[in-house]
Design a protein around this ligand. Structure first.
Ligand SMILES: *[C@@H]1O[C@H](CO)[C@@H](O)[C@H](O)[C@H]1NC(C)=O
Ligand SMILES: *[C@@H]1O[C@H](CO)[C@@H](O)[C@H](O)[C@H]1NC(C)=O
Ligand SMILES: *[C@@H]1O[C@H](CO)[C@@H](O)[C@H](O)[C@H]1NC(C)=O
Ligand SMILES: *[C@@H]1O[C@H](CO)[C@@H](O)[C@H](O)[C@H]1NC(C)=O
Ligand SMILES: *[C@@H]1O[C@H](CO)[C@@H](O)[C@H](O)[C@H]1NC(C)=O
Ligand SMILES: *[C@@H]1O[C@H](CO)[C@@H](O)[C@H](O)[C@H]1NC(C)=O
Length: 564
């Protein structure tokens, strides 16, 4: 009986359980059905599953995916082959949202055999200045063309390849300046450093489709120097840069010579109407993989009066985007500008100067390992005002002190300003702070100096008032990275044997990237703890005993370090 009852009990409750089970089965079944059919639909029909890079709601995402299926309107506009990568420019209808790195695959097809194909993941996806996308693919092997596939497409389908350009024979950027002229950035003219070229040799060409020769508009060149050609912008372009034919492009033609350069440059107007500039002091910099050092550099300079940062990013593959976002969130006005071009630091600075001119009374051009050090502890803006009582002053030059590894073997925890305290005695060259109105129209600049308009001159800052601490020779791991990649067009490469003994080389290093045994002790002629002491006083968060830019996870042996 007992057993029966138990069994009965079990059976009795079994019945109840079955109903419950049945209910849950139904729920599970319906759920899986919905899940699987959704997956099927997404895999099969809705090919370009686009993940939102802007924050759209999920509902919107699904709707737009449907729209994407109906109009497979994404296409490759063109591509540029660089030595270490290939840039693929995507064309989008304005309504469509954008792909992420994970949605895309770079497809290299052999010219000789259609079957031969290589697939690789893109290194990154960037947004261009018109909201289009630039996909950074690996280097294209010789004899191959490049196209893109969407990673969720099932078959070997891919977007049709567009025209492919070589980076060293190319018009790669253009902006419309204050006086309505177009500033055109060109690779391949090979003009001499610091010299003004003969404008009669060149002509600017605007057009919506360079393949169709009948719709081109020609215009005069106003100036040409280094990699910059300034063109008179035709009225049709000024008044309606966006026509039914799509965005206008600009190129340069060498008269009676090799013809017109290929162009990817769509001039944009970054100029706002005249008004009071919101910032007194801005900084332009060009850098690669600066995520680890940006925070200290930005926070320190904010502390002495810099209000706006323009970061020209040359192919970073570190966390720089996240780092910049984080700084933005903390209230720093900082923007990143994609600048993948090879050896174009001068042109990049010109580009930045035009961009910053709207908003900044003064622009400093420094690298992320350079820090203004004002002995008196005053702000940078006060120092500038002191030197610019005369309106003729268009540039302020500050001498640089080069710091050595200061006995360190590892990156200093508190940052460079705190870590490196031993330097070379004599200052090396100087860096400029520029009044953008004083820039010469040629936009010539060599080693961070702009040529000025007639009537403007520069002032030298006394090194007792202000210097730049240049953390030039850091611990070997950092140093070797930097010197592997020389960035300027007009400065010799450290690994070439030419120019040995120039000031742009590390003295005594030769041309091989091997750490000398006495590296930590080099470039140390005088102890200079001036900026270190100031930083410890001004930027220390007393509560946690940390510098404001130090991240939480780096607390470790902090206090111990400081006491030794
Ligand atoms: C530039 O062009 C715009 C529109 O085409 C015009 O309104 C403006 O006056 C021009 N500015 C100069 C300096 O020529
Ligand atoms: C940063 O500065 C730019 C002008 O250079 C301005 O348009 C923008 O609104 C500023 N951003 C913030 C967050 O203040
Ligand atoms: C950018 O980086 C590439 C290597 O990725 C280098 O060859 C080039 O010179 C750099 N350009 C500038 C302007 O820094
Ligand atoms: C202002 O500049 C002069 C040199 O022009 C210098 O002697 C003086 O110390 C400076 N004052 C400050 C506050 O920087
Ligand atoms: C720009 O500089 C050149 C010399 O490099 C000079 O001849 C020219 O007059 C300058 N332009 C202006 C507008 O001052
Ligand atoms: C710097 O200071 C350290 C100790 O404070 C000393 O050992 C070293 O010799 C000094 N270096 C120079 C170049 O004066």
């Amino acid at each position: 009986m007992k057993i029966r009852r138990k069994l009965g009990g079990v059976c009795g409750s079994d019945v109840v359980v079955s109903w419950r089970l049945f209910f849950w089965f139904v729920v599970l079944f319906v759920f899986s059905f919905v899940l699987f059919s959704t997956m099927f639909v997404f895999r099969g029909k809705f090919r370009p599953v686009v993940r939102s890079m802007r924050s759209f709601s999920t509902a919107r995402v699904v709707l737009d995916d449907a729209a994407a299926t109906l109009s497979p309107a994404v296409s490759i506009r063109e591509a540029v082959k660089l030595p270490e990568q290939t840039l693929v420019f995507l064309k989008y209808p304005p309504s469509l949202r954008l792909f992420t790195k994970d949605d895309l695959i770079c497809v290299f097809s052999s010219d000789s055999s259609k079957k031969l194909r290589k697939k690789e993941k893109p290194e990154a996806v960037d947004i261009d200045k018109f909201g289009g996308q630039i996909v950074r693919c690996p280097e294209t092997p010789p004899g191959y063309t490049i196209s893109l596939a969407i990673s969720r497409w099932t078959i070997d389908d891919h977007l049709a390849a567009g025209p492919i350009h070589q980076w060293d024979w190319l018009v790669y950027d253009a902006v419309i300046d204050h006086d309505n002229s177009t500033v055109v950035f060109v690779k391949g003219l090979n003009l001499k450093a610091g010299k003004i070229a003969d404008v009669a040799r060149y002509e600017c060409v605007y057009g919506w489709d360079f393949a169709k020769h009948n719709r081109l508009i020609r215009s005069d060149v106003i100036s040409a120097a280094q990699e910059i050609v300034r063109c008179r912008t035709p009225l049709t372009v000024l008044n309606g840069p966006k026509s039914a034919h799509g965005p206008v492009k600009v190129s340069v033609r060498i008269k009676g010579g090799t013809g017109m350069l290929p162009s990817i440059a769509q001039p944009d107007r970054i100029i706002r109407p005249p008004r009071r500039k919101p910032f007194e002091m801005c900084v332009c910099t060009m850098t690669r993989n600066a995520a680890a050092v940006l925070r200290e550099w930005v926070m320190y300079h904010a502390g002495i009066g810099v209000q706006r940062w323009f970061i020209y990013d040359n192919n970073s593959d570190d966390d720089i985007i996240a780092e910049i976002k984080d700084l933005e969130r903390r209230g720093y006005n900082i923007s990143r500008h994609f600048w993948p071009w090879i050896k174009t630091q001068e042109a990049g600075f010109s580009n930045c100067a035009i961009r910053a001119r709207n908003d900044c009374d003064w622009i400093a051009f420094i690298d992320v390992d350079e820090f203004y050090y004002i002995r008196s502890g005053e702000t940078l803006t006060n120092i500038i005002r002191n030197y610019t009582a005369s309106a003729e002053i268009g540039e302020i030059r500050t001498p640089c002190h080069s710091f050595g590894p200061s006995g360190l073997r590892n990156r200093p925890r508190g940052g460079v300003t705190e870590g490196y305290t031993c330097r070379v005695v004599l200052p090396e060259r100087h860096k400029s702070i520029l009044r953008p109105e004083s820039m010469n129209a040629t936009l010539i600049n060599v080693v961070h100096h702009f040529h000025l308009k007639d009537g403007f001159t520069f002032a030298d800052v006394d090194k007792e008032v202000m210097v730049i601490n240049h953390y030039k020779y850091q611990v070997w791991d950092v140093f070797k990275e930097k010197f592997y990649r020389r960035v300027a067009t007009y400065v010799a490469d450290w690994q070439n044997d030419e120019n040995v003994g120039s000031r742009d080389r590390a003295p005594g290093l030769g041309t091989r990237p091997v750490e000398p045994p006495d590296w930590p002790e080099r470039f140390c002629e005088v102890n200079d703890t001036g900026l270190r002491d100031q930083v410890l006083e001004k930027f220390m968060d007393i509560k946690v005993q940390r510098l404001i830019w130090e991240k939480d996870d780096e607390m470790g042996s902090r206090t111990y370090n400081r006491m030794t």
